[in-house]
Design a protein. Structure first.
Length: 292
C-alpha cells in the first residue's frame, strides 16, 4: 500500500515538473515569436521587399553556420550538466573554451557569404552577428543545464525585447537601414549574454578554469553529431529561402519571408512540449540513477 502511494506521488511530481517546464518553454518560445511577429510592420516600413529578402537570406545562412562554428557545444553543456555527478565548473570550462574558439571558426562565415553576391551587408558585421548569436546560445544553455529555466526564459525574452527596442532606434530613429537590423540584434545578444553570464556564474568558472580533456572529448562526441541534425532541420525549414532567392530574386524572398512569420509561430507550439518532455526525461533519468 505504501509503495503504491509512493509511486503515485512520484508520478504526480513528474507531471508537475513536465507542466512547469512546458509553461516556461512556452514563455520562452511563443512569447519571443509573438514579439518578432509584431515587428513585421516595422520591417515592412523600414525596408523594401528586396532589402528584407537580403536580411532573411543572411539570417537563414546564419542559422546554418552558428551550430558549425560553435560545434553545438551549448547542447552538450546543457546535457552533461544534468547528470547526477556533473562537475559544473569543468563542464562550463569546456563551454568557455569553445566560446573563445568560435571567434576563430567564425571567420569561415566571411568565406561562405562571399559566395552570395546579392548580399550587400558588410561581411565583418555578419561575422560579429553569427559569433554573438553562438555565444548567447552557449551561455543560455548553461542556464538550462543548471535547471534555471525561469532565468533561461527571462534571458530569451530580454533578448527579444532588446532586439525590438534597438530595431526601433536603429531603423526608425536613426534610419541606418539593413546594417541597423544587424546592429540591433548584435546589441541584443550582447545584453542577453551578459545577463546569462552573470546568472550562470560564468565569471566563477573563469576564475576556477580547468579544462578536463577527457570531458572535452566526450562533450565534443555528443555535440558534433548534432551538427548534421541541425543541418537536416535547416534543409527542411530554411533552405527554401535560398532557393527562392536563387530562382526569383531577393524581392520575392522578402515577400516569402514575411508570409512565413505566421507559420513559424504555429510551429513553435509543436516544439514547446518536445523541449519540455526531453528536458524532463533527462531529469527523470538522473533521479532514477540517484535512487539506484
Amino acid at each position: 500500500m505504501f509503495a503504491t502511494v509512493k509511486v503515485k506521488e512520484m508520478a504526480m511530481q513528474r507531471k508537475k515538473y513536465l507542466i512547469k517546464n512546458t509553461l516556461l518553454f512556452s514563455l520562452n518560445s511563443i512569447g519571443t515569436k509573438l514579439i518578432v511577429f509584431f515587428l513585421v510592420p516595422l520591417y515592412t516600413k523600414a525596408f523594401t521587399t528586396a532589402e528584407y529578402g537580403i536580411i532573411d537570406l543572411v539570417t537563414t545562412i546564419a542559422t546554418l553556420l552558428v551550430p558549425i562554428i560553435t560545434l553545438n557545444i551549448g547542447e552538450a553543456v546543457m546535457r552533461f550538466s544534468l547528470d547526477e555527478d556533473a562537475n559544473q565548473n569543468e563542464i562550463m570550462s569546456v563551454g568557455v573554451f569553445f566560446i573563445a574558439f568560435s571567434f576563430v571558426l567564425g571567420f569561415s562565415v566571411i568565406g561562405v557569404i562571399s559566395y552570395f553576391p546579392t548580399i550587400i551587408v558588410d561581411k565583418k558585421l555578419i561575422y560579429v552577428y553569427c559569433v554573438a548569436q553562438g555565444v548567447y546560445q552557449t551561455l543560455s544553455c548553461n542556464l538550462r543545464g543548471q535547471e534555471k529555466l525561469l532565468n533561461y526564459a527571462v534571458g530569451n525574452v530580454l533578448n527579444t525585447f532588446a532586439a525590438a527596442t534597438f530595431n526601433i532606434v536603429f531603423l526608425i530613429v536613426l534610419k541606418i537601414g539593413i546594417n541597423g537590423y544587424f546592429y540591433a540584434y548584435i546589441c541584443a545578444y550582447l545584453i542577453a549574454s551578459i545577463y546569462c553570464f552573470i546568472i550562470g556564474d560564468v565569471a566563477g568558472t573563469i576564475k576556477r578554469y580547468h579544462l578536463n580533456r577527457r570531458l572535452l572529448k566526450n562533450m565534443v562526441k555528443y555535440s558534433i553529431v548534432l551538427v548534421p541534425n541541425s543541418l537536416m532541420w535547416w534543409i527542411m525549414n530554411s533552405s527554401d529561402h535560398i532557393m527562392v532567392t536563387a530562382m526569383l530574386g531577393t524581392a520575392a524572398n522578402g515577400v516569402y519571408a514575411i508570409s512565413y512569420k505566421i507559420p513559424s509561430i504555429l510551429s513553435a507550439l509543436s516544439t514547446v512540449f518536445n523541449q519540455a518532455w526531453s528536458y524532463s526525461a533527462i531529469h527523470e533519468n538522473k533521479c532514477r540513477s540517484r535512487r539506484i
